[in-house]
Design a protein around this ligand. Structure first.
Ligand SMILES: N[C@@H](CCC(=O)N[C@@H](CS)C(=O)NCC(=O)O)C(=O)O
Length: 268
């Protein structure tokens, strides 16, 4: 078996995906924890491993692999047991479509929700933007930090999430898991994002979505999830998200109802 080293962040959702997969496969790894609040992911030595200046990066026998979705698919191919992808090609296509949606839309929306509700209240948050590599991400952060839940981007991100959660609820009600009848990398990919909603006290988004709620309850008790999410999450980050999330929820609920009202009107 190769030697694995992981550069990761304690509450980074993409790092959580990789840590869950490593735990599901029973793989040992050496930890290089980067403090994202101190912009350690933008240091020149790290940029040589991951030119995007983000976590995670998995080092396999000295060779870096970047992009969390690529990393978890690599791990599943390298260590086939237990399988974390559907056996049939159609199921695998479905799994990859879920993962693509996460990479293209949901990950950015999560950043907007988290920064607008909680991270704008963290000490030194402005410093994190200065060295950020991706200009689009830098602009999103700036708007979230300045305007919080009143940012136009926040409204869009909340709508993106509301549609996602409806789709997840329907898919799970149909097959039990996101990509079909078995637990897969699609479930592993979305679990950290669902956990983030709970950490931000946005559990109200799960209301009236029994399939989604049941899926989350089944997943959060897995040993891999406890190891990968719960054991790495520092109290100060959990408190920052929970306290500011509780304060924000009444306003978030109003925006959500406005968005749902507008969607109903457009559909009628
Ligand atoms: N598409 C990348 C996204 C990585 C990413 O955005 N990582 C975040 C943490 S979840 C990060 O490092 N943010 C700090 C920064 O952008 O400076 C992946 O899936 O690996």
């Amino acid at each position: 078996m190769p030697v694995f080293e992981l550069y990761h962040g304690e509450i980074s959702t993409c790092s959580q995906k990789v840590r869950i997969t490593l735990a599901e496969k029973g793989l040992a790894w050496t930890s290089h924890h980067l403090d994202l609040r101190k912009s350690e992911q933008h240091a020149p030595d790290y940029l040589r491993l991951n030119p995007n200046g983000v976590v995670p990066t998995l080092i396999v026998d000295g060779v870096p692999i970047i992009e969390s979705s690529v990393i978890i698919q690599y791990l599943d191919e390298l260590v086939p047991e237990p399988p974390l992808r559907p056996a049939d090609p159609l199921g695998r296509a479905n799994m990859r479509a879920w993962m693509k949606r996460l990479d293209e839309h949901i990950h950015a929306a999560t950043g907007v929700l988290s920064s607008s509700i909680a991270f704008r209240f963290e000490d030194g948050h402005e410093n994190q933007i200065k060295t950020m590599i991706d200009p689009a991400k830098r602009a999103r952060k700036m708007e979230s930090f300045q305007k919080g839940v009143e940012a136009p981007l926040f409204r869009t991100a909340l709508g993106t999430y509301d549609r996602l959660l409806s789709d997840m609820d329907s898919a799970i009600a149909r097959h039990g898991w996101l990509a079909g009848g078995a637990y897969s990398l699609a479930d592993i990919s979305y679990l950290p994002y669902a956990a983030r909603l709970h950490h931000l006290n946005l559990s109200g988004l799960f209301a009236g979505r029994p399939g989604l709620t049941d899926w989350y309850d089944r997943l959060k008790v897995r040993q891999s999830v406890k190891l990968a999410i719960d054991e790495f999450a520092p109290r100060r980050s959990l408190d920052l998200m929970a306290d500011n999330g509780a304060d924000a929820w009444p306003r978030v609920e109003i925006i959500l109802n406005e968005l749902r009202g507008a969607a109903d009107k457009a559909a009628s």
